[in-house]
Design a protein around this ligand. Sequence first.
Ligand SMILES: C[S@@+](CC[C@H](N)C(=O)[O-])C[C@H]1O[C@@H](n2cnc3c(N)ncnc32)[C@H](O)[C@@H]1O
Length: 572
Amino acid sequence: MSKTKLELTWIGKDKRPKLEPRILLEDPAKSYHAKHRVTEHDQFDNKLIFGDNLLALKALEQEYSGKVKCIYIDPPFNTGEAFENYDDGLEHSIWLNLMRERAQYLYKLLSFDGSLFVHIDDNELAYLTVLLDEIFGRNNRVSIVTFKQGSATGHKSINPGLVTTTNYLLIYAKDKSTWKPRRIFTSRERDSRYSQYIENFDDNYSQWRHIPLSQELGRHFGVPPRQLKKFLGDQYEDKVSDFVIENAHRVIRTARPDYKSVGQAVRDVIDASKLNVTKVHLLERQKHSDMYFKDGERFLFYKDKLKEIDGVVVSGEPLTNLWDDLLSNNLHKEGSVKFPKGKKPEALIKRIFDLATNKGDLVLDSFAGSGTTAAVAHKMERRWITIELGEHCKTHVHPRLKNVIDGNDQDGISKAVNWQGGGGFRYYSLAPSLLEKDRWNNWVVNKAYNPLMLSEALCKLEGFTYAPSDSQWWKHGYSTEQDFIYVTTENLSVAQLQELSDEVGGEQSLLVCCTAFRCKADRFANLTLKKIPKMVLSRCEWAHDDYSLSIENLPQMEQPDAEPEQNDLYDM
Ligand SMILES: C[S@@+](CC[C@H](N)C(=O)[O-])C[C@H]1O[C@@H](n2cnc3c(N)ncnc32)[C@H](O)[C@@H]1O
């Protein structure tokens, strides 16, 4: 029996598009930056790209492979509605194919210490997990976070059965062994088990007396403890929390340590505290916090539970894989753009960047939607690239980011990061295909290409870095310090090529891309001569503009011709 690997198969899995590496065209009228610097860290090196993300990711591949620290994507979930004209098997296959292609490029773009966060609902979660396991390796799957994005209210709660209130974040590291997430804490409700208060904290610890917290609260607010709830009304929890946080060094709970699992020094103090029950006993420790015991019970202090989150001291606990604290009541207002159903809370993206990035890191979202990721990245001083295919790239993402840069967006995470504006971005669209068919059905260079675009496109196709030289007209790009590329639509004569060869000299080499040349291709040792467009014809799919996830643009899948022969069903 042949060796098989565990994998997900689907119709058309082995059909891979050969993508054209397009160049990106900046639209200077839409690029935008602040009128003056706001801080030292203002980020200008950002890209908003209008177009299909598969072609855009291919366009970014050469420059950005291995450079992106964190990717968040929120692709259209594969809901039945979008695929109503396809039968069930095909709809999943098409979606998986489209996601697989994108995921392959995302993987390449990630840095060795980078990570991917994919937002997905329960419809495709299982399939996407297996697919991404194949690309990233199962070992590099970090977690599946459950994100609470709604409540069981409104019309969806009327039907019988389960109300969906959650979706998921699939997290992968490029290499889990080198991925270093930051330690994050989330704010939690007050822990009411901490219900004792050290009355005489300023006395020597051995004399400490603790009383019920409610007794001290009663004294503080000037009412009998039993009337506290009535007296404070709706503000009860907030007021008690504030008091506990302010007095966290003297609010405690007691806990009986597991005698068998502690060291001898701790046991000795426990024993001593049981012999002399009126006193508090202290165990001083070098590397850890001191321990206090009374009558065999340890004091646990509320101050050890406090964390500073976004500049505010709160009760905190380490981040778990349940994110149920990020529901935003003002989500519809965030970014001042309407994007019903699709828009995600800025706080969610902030948490991801807090966890997986530092200031100045490059982040990417190839399904921009209303532009949440870029807006958050900008406010958090990360560099960003975002891609959107829909017209809302112009009507939503663009104005939202301008607003952020102008410092006018004070919603979302702005207050938490004290956002004041600044920085900028460049706006790009994808160039049209380099080649088009003429009226005789031959591939020719697209008329929309000017010489600069042609030169940049051929650099990309040939793996050269586009860098036109100011001093040497024939240096349009380089692959090494000695190897260059020259692109021209001219028909080059022997005399012209001789002149070029002399200029290049014996120490350097030059790839010459031209329409035609009038000598043998190997005549000049330091020149490699190639003809446009013949040299690139078989390189990729030309004039294919739409790899989008929108169903009307998808090709019809080929149906298998006939039933397979019995023998074909076995691996011979
Ligand atoms: C669920 S929304 C993302 C919402 C976003 N996270 C936010 O907070 O606003 C998905 C987006 O992906 C875009 N999209 C779908 N297919 C695309 C493609 N092939 N290339 C680029 N964008 C695409 C859709 O137009 C849509 O705006």
